[in-house]
Design a protein around this ligand. Structure first.
Ligand code: ACM
Length: 269
């Protein structure tokens, strides 16, 4: 399966231009599955709730989801892309999932990072997996990576590849994804953005280096830190089927869940 990322620099508030740029990069590519960065249509550095209200869109009827459906159909590709979602009076940092046949679903970011907590409601859905041919892929967004539970749940639900839309500002994730992939024996596509967003005294620089990581911790492809780039790798999904390390160890079957109950308790309990 050919899977990859679209790395570029979204411009804050320029939804039409960002959609156009993504479409220009996607058109003519040869992939089965492509991942776009977190909040690819709006940019990241919000400075007031009104900006979130103005730029968020309903899913699937909003223009960004409709444009993604068009790109998926025209290029015969599944797409996972981060957008700002409006649902009633709630706002989510979401990823929409579309196929060549149309809209498939939405993931609402569960672990909000930094000032996202000022702008967005925490995700109220679960970590979900989606069918692509005989395989499944899972979806998570950026800071979800620091919670190993995110990829564990997706992997236990049968995902062989994790689609990871990101706007990374810390330098740790690309290395950490090697361990995340190894401990679940899955592939991951981290689609990061580039550039610096400076708005009203706030400034963040995004680290690029979008990465496709293999099930035995190998970096299959990494983009440059600062260029627009579509990176696609031919992944042998069957390799993620086998969770066996050797004749004695299967990393899923060997879990001792009776010793993990603390994981499901609140700190106060
Ligand atoms: C992040 O979650 N955007 C770091």
């Amino acid at each position: 399966m050919k899977a990859g990322f679209v790395q570029f620099e979204p411009l804050f508030g320029e939804v039409n231009k960002n959609i156009e740029r993504a479409e220009m990069l996607i058109d003519g590519t040869d992939a089965d599955l492509l991942v776009l960065p977190e909040l690819f249509n709006t940019g990241y550095v919000f400075t007031a709730k009104g900006e979130v209200v103005d730029l968020s869109e309903e899913v699937p009827k909003g223009k960004t989801t409709q444009a993604l459906c068009r790109m998926a159909k025209n290029n015969d590709v599944y797409i996972v892309a981060g957008i700002a979602e409006k649902s009633g009076d709630k706002y989510f940092n979401s990823a929409v999932i579309v196929s060549p046949q149309g809209y498939l679903g939405t993931y609402r970011k569960i672990h909000l990072f930094f000032e996202e907590k000022l702008w967005f409601n925490p995700g109220d859905g679960n970590f979900e997996v989606y069918d692509i041919g005989p395989y499944k892929f899972g979806v998570m967004i950026c800071f979800d990576w620091i919670f190993p539970e995110s990829m564990r749940v997706l992997s236990l639900k049968g995902a062989y590849v994790i689609c990871h839309s990101a706007n990374l500002v810390l330098p740790f994730c690309q290395d950490a994804m090697k361990t995340r992939c190894l401990e679940n024996r899955v592939f991951a596509i981290t689609a990061n953005r580039t550039g610096t967003e400076a708005r009203k005294g706030k400034s963040l620089t995004f680290t690029g280096k979008s990465q496709i990581t293999g099930h035995t911790a190998e970096v299959l492809y990494q983009a440059a830190p600062d260029t627009d780039e579509v990176g696609i790798v031919d992944i042998d999904m069957t390799r993620a089927e086998n969770k066996r390390l050797n004749e004695y160890n299967d990393i899923f079957e060997d879990r001792r869940t009776e010793f993990y109950k603390r994981l499901l308790q609140d700190l106060a309990e």
